[in-house]
Design a protein around this ligand. Structure first.
Ligand code: ADP
Ligand code: ZN
Length: 740
C-alpha cells in the first residue's frame, strides 16, 4: 500500500480527505505541508494534517505537488491547532486558518522584489571626463546621484533625478550601471529611530519576580507564573530581562499584548532593548509586512515576537518563554470560530512545548488568581510602584444627589469634578476624561424619564452621531433621525435631544466649561485612519492637549507623567451589562483608569461618577483593593457555580423566525438533557441579551460543568445527531466571555 495523507482543503469545511502520496513526493510530503490536490474537476490547495500507511477508502487520487520547501505549519503548531479544534468545538480548517496568517497562506504570497541600481566602475571613470559633463549634463547628474548613494532603489532614483526607468536602462546597456532585483524586507519598524536601552537595575520586588520566572524557565515547576503587579510596578522591565535570559540561552520568546495596547509606544520599548531581533505581528500591518515578519520569525532572523492574539502562533524556533501581558483582557478571546482565548491557548502551547508562561496584569482575572491560590500557577506580586509614588486618591461621586440638586436634571459632570478640572488646568496639569464603550454610552437617554431609543431590529440602544445628527445601530447599521421630544408618550420632554452622553457630547460640554483648554477626543470615530491614534497620543504627551476625552482606548498601558486628574463619567455602564462578570469588568476598568493618574511627581486624583456608589466592585475600586474585590467576587462565583468554579459553554441559536428559533432551542435542550451527566447544569433556552441582530432572533443555552470536555463531548454528539432546520444557525462558545 502506498502511504496516505489526510488533507484538509480550503474549499470544504469540516472534512478530511485521503490522498495517495506518489513515490516522487514521499520525502516532500510531511505533516503541515501545503499541497496541491485534485478536487472534483479542478485543483485546490490543502494542508496535510495526518499521515497513514493506508486508507479506509479506495481509489485514492494522488497529491499533485508540494508547495514550498518545508511544511508551512510546524508540527508543534499543528498540534496546537488540533487542540484548539477539539477544545473549542471548531472545524480543524478554522483552527488551521487561525494559526497561519492569511498573508502567508495566500497563493502567490512572497517577498517583495525591488529593483536597485548599482554603479559600475565605468560610471566613476566617465564622470572624470569633462566632455561628458558638458555634453550629457543630465546623465552626469544621474550618475552623480548613484555614486553618492552607492546603491539606490530604481524608483527613488527616477524620482530624485527626475528621469525615467528607460534612461537608466540605457545607462545599463552602455555598461555604466547594473540594475539588480532583490528581496526587500518590509519592516514595520524600519522608519523608527529608537535609542537603545540597557537593562535597569531591578528593585527588590522586581528581582524576586524575575528570579521566580527564571526558576520556572528552568524547572517548569510551576510552569505558569501569574505576575500580579500594580500599574507602574515595572512589569515590562521584568519581561525584558526574562526575554534576555531566553536569548542568552539561545531561545526565542513570544509577547502577547492586547491589540488596543499594541501601540508604537509599547513596541518601541521592546525594540529599544532588542533591536531587529524583534518581529511585530498585528492586524494593522500591511499584508506584505505581515508576510515578511512571519518569515523572519520562521527563518530564525527574528527571535522575539510581539503582537496581538494571533502572534501566539508564530513559528518561533526553540521557544523559551511566552508572556501574556494584561492577561485579564477580554480581547484575547476571538469572537468568531475558533472562539479561542489566546491567554488559555498560550498556557496550552507552553504545556505542549514545555515552555514557561508568564501572565502579567494589575487586575488578575478571577480564573488566573484562583489558579494561583490553589497552587496551579506560581504567583509573583509587585505591590508597589517602582518609584514608590502613592497610588492616586479615588473619589466616588454620587450622581443621585447631583441630580437632586440639579432639579432632576442630571449634569454630565459633578460640581466637584468641574472644580478639580479648573484647578488642574490652572496648574498646567493634564486631564483625562473617560467613558465606557461607545455602543452603550452614546445612546440618547431622556434626562427626565430615562427613556432610551432602541433599534427595532437589534434590541440594543441606538447611538447618537453628532456629525450627521443621526442615530445609528452598531449591530445592523440602521439609522434614523433624532426625535424632537422624548418618544415616551407620558414624558414628551423636549430636553431629550440634548441628553445623550457620548464622547462627542462630553467633548462639547468640556469645551464650554473650559473654553481656554485644548481639548481632544479619542474614540473609534477619531482614530479610523492609520496612525491617528498615535498622533493624538503624541500631541497629548507633548502637552499640546490639556484634556483628552476618550473611550477605554485611553485607559490601556499608557504613561503620561503630567496627567494628575482622571474622571470617569459614568461607572455604571459596565456594571449594568447583563453578564455575571459585570462586577469584574467594572473593577478592572476603574483600576486601569485610575492607573493613568499621577504617574509623575504630582499626586493623582480620580473621580468616579456613579448612581450606585455602594456597589461592592465600585467600593473595592475606590480603595484600590484587589484582594477585597477578589474575596467577595470569588464567593459569589462559588455560590452560583460560575467560572472559575465551572466551565461555561454558551450555545447561541439564530434565525429570522423567533418561534422556530425558540422551538429549536427547546428541542435541542430536550435531546441534550438525556446525554448530560448530573454534574452538568443546563439552562433553559432564553432570548440572548442582544435578542435580535441583523433581523435574526437570538436564543441562548448556557451549560456549566466541571471541565470543558465534560460539556463539549455530549454536546458535540447532540449537535451532530440533531436535525437542524435550514433557517436556524448555531454557534458554540467554550469559556464564553461575552454573553451578549
Ligand atoms: P508596568 O508595566 O508594571 O506598568 P513599567 O514597566 O511601565 O510598569 O514601569 C513603570 C516605569 O518605571 C517605567 O518608566 C520604567 O521605565 C520604570 N522602571 C521600571 N523598572 C525600573 C527600575 N528597576 N528602576 C528604575 N526605573 C524602572
Ligand atoms: Zn440594529
Amino acid at each position: 500500500m502506498a502511504p496516505v495523507a489526510h488533507v484538509i482543503v480550503e474549499i470544504a469545511l469540516n472534512r478530511e480527505f485521503d490522498y495517495e502520496i506518489p513515490d516522487s513526493l514521499r520525502d516532500a510530503v510531511q505533516l503541515g505541508s501545503l499541497v496541491e490536490v485534485p478536487f472534483g474537476t479542478r485543483h485546490t490547495r490543502g494542508y496535510v494534517i495526518g499521515l497513514a500507511g493506508e486508507s479506509a477508502h479506495d481509489k485514492l487520487k494522488e497529491i499533485t505537488r508540494v508547495v514550498g520547501d518545508r511544511p508551512l505549519i510546524a508540527p508543534e503548531i499543528l498540534e496546537l491547532a488540533r487542540w484548539i479544534s477539539r477544545y473549542y468545538m471548531a472545524p480543524i480548517e478554522h483552527a488551521v486558518r487561525t494559526v497561519l496568517p492569511s498573508p502567508v497562506r495566500k497563493p502567490g504570497a512572497r517577498f517583495k522584489e525591488r529593483l536597485h541600481v548599482v554603479p559600475e566602475d565605468k560610471a566613476q571613470q566617465a564622470l572624470h571626463v569633462d566632455k561628458l559633463r558638458a555634453s550629457h549634463a543630465r546623465r552626469a547628474k544621474i550618475l552623480d546621484l548613484i555614486l553618492a548613494e552607492g546603491e539606490i532603489f530604481l524608483s527613488e532614483l527616477t524620482t530624485r533625478a527626475k528621469t525615467t526607468a528607460g534612461t537608466v536602462r540605457k545607462l545599463e546597456e552602455e555598461g555604466f550601471v547594473r540594475i539588480a532585483s532583490r528581496a526587500e524586507l518590509r519592516n514595520p519598524l524600519a522608519d523608527q529611530n529608537v535609542l537603545p536601552t540597557e537593562p535597569l537595575e531591578l528593585m527588590p520586588q522586581q528581582a524576586g519576580a524575575l528570579k521566580a520566572i527564571r526558576a520556572s524557565m528552568d524547572t517548569l515547576e510551576p510552569a505558569v507564573i501569574l505576575l500580579y503587579g500594580v500599574t507602574g510596578s515595572g512589569k515590562t522591565e521584568i519581561y525584558l530581562q526574562a526575554i534576555q535570559t531566553a536569548l542568552d540561552r539561545g531561545q526565542g520568546a513570544i509577547v502577547l499584548v492586547p491589540e488596543i495596547a499594541l501601540t508604537p509606544q509599547t513596541v518601541r520599548r521592546f525594540s529599544a532593548r532588542f533591536g531587529d531581533r524583534i518581529a511585530v505581528l498585528h492586524s494593522s500591518l500591511s499584508t506584505g509586512e505581515r508576510h515578511d515578519e512571519w518569515h523572519r520569525v520562521r527563518d530564525g532572523d527574528a527571535r522575539i515576537v510581539i503582537g496581538a492574539r494571533s502572534a501566539l502562533f508564530a513559528p518561533v524556533q526553540d521557544l523559551g518563554l511566552i508572556i501574556v501581558d494584561e492577561e485579564h483582557e477580554t480581547s484575547y478571546k476571538q469572537e468568531e470560530s475558533p472562539r479561542y482565548n489566546a491567554r488559555d491557548v498560550a498556557v496550552m502551547r507552553g504545556h505542549q512545548q514545555r515552555v514557561a508562561v508568564v501572565l502579567g496584569t494589575a487586575t488578575p482575572s478571577l480564573e488566573s488568581m484562583h489558579n494561583a491560590q490553589r497552587g496551579k500557577y506560581g504567583l509573583a506580586t509587585l505591590p508597589h510602584r517602582v518609584d514608590h509614588r502613592r497610588m492616586p486618591a479615588v473619589r466616588i461621586v454620587d450622581m443621585r444627589s447631583e441630580a437632586a440638586h440639579g432639579g432632576g436634571r442630571i449634569p454630565i459632570f459633578a460640581k466637584d469634578l468641574v472644580m478639580a478640572m479648573h484647578d488642574r488646568l490652572d496648574r498646567r496639569e493634564q486631564i483625562m476624561l473617560f467613558l465606557n464603550r461607545r455602543g452603550f454610552s452614546t445612546s440618547i437617554t431622556c434626562p427626565i424619564c430615562g427613556h432610551v431609543i432602541d433599534c427595532s431590529e437589534c434590541s440594543v440602544s441606538m447611538t447618537y452621531h453628532k456629525r450627521h445628527d443621526l442615530l445609528h445601530c452598531h449591530i445592523c447599521g440602521a439609522r434614523r433621525g433624532v426625535p424632537a421630544v422624548c418618544p415616551n408618550p407620558e414624558c414628551r420632554d423636549p430636553a431629550f435631544k440634548y441628553a445623550g452622553v457620548g464622547t462627542q457630547r462630553v467633548e462639547e460640554v468640556v469645551r464650554k466649561l473650559c473654553p481656554r483648554a485644548a481639548v481632544a477626543r479619542m474614540d473609534a470615530d477619531t482614530t479610523t485612519r492609520k496612525g491617528s491614534h498615535e498622533e493624538i497620543l503624541n500631541e497629548f504627551r507633548r502637552g499640546k492637549i490639556d484634556i483628552l476625552v476618550g473611550t477605554q482606548m485611553i485607559a490601556k498601558g499608557l504613561h503620561f507623567p503630567n496627567v494628575t486628574l482622571v474622571g470617569v463619567v459614568n461607572a455604571d455602564v459596565s456594571l449594568h451589562m447583563p453578564d455575571f462578570r459585570a462586577g469584574e469588568r467594572t473593577f478592572q476598568l476603574l483600576t486601569q483608569v485610575a492607573g493613568r493618574a499621577g504617574r509623575g511627581d504630582v499626586m493623582g486624583e480620580v473621580f468616579v461618577q456613579t448612581f450606585t456608589p455602594s456597589n461592592p466592585s465600585i467600593q473595592a475600586a475606590r480603595q484600590q483593593n484587589y484582594d477585597l474585590f477578589y474575596d467577595q467576587e470569588i464567593e459569589f462565583r462559588r455560590e452560583l457555580k460560575y467560572p472559575p468554579f465551572s466551565r461555561l459553554v454558551c450555545i447561541t441559536l439564530t434565525g429570522p423566525s423567533e418561534p422556530l428559533v425558540e422551538l429549536t432551542a427547546k428541542e435541542l435542550v430536550r435531546q441534550l438533557q438525556s446525554r448530560l451527566s448530573e454534574e452538568i447544569i443546563c439552562s433553559d433556552p432564553a432570548p440572548a441579551p442582544l435578542a435580535k441582530a441583523r433581523g435574526n432572533y437570538r436564543y441562548q443555552v448556557m451549560l456549566r460543568g466541571p471541565t470543558a470536555a465534560a460539556v463539549t463531548s455530549p454536546l458535540r454528539r447532540a449537535v451532530e445527531a440533531f436535525t437542524w432546520p435550514r433557517d436556524v444557525k448555531h454557534t458554540v462558545d467554550v469559556d464564553a466571555l461575552s454573553l451578549m
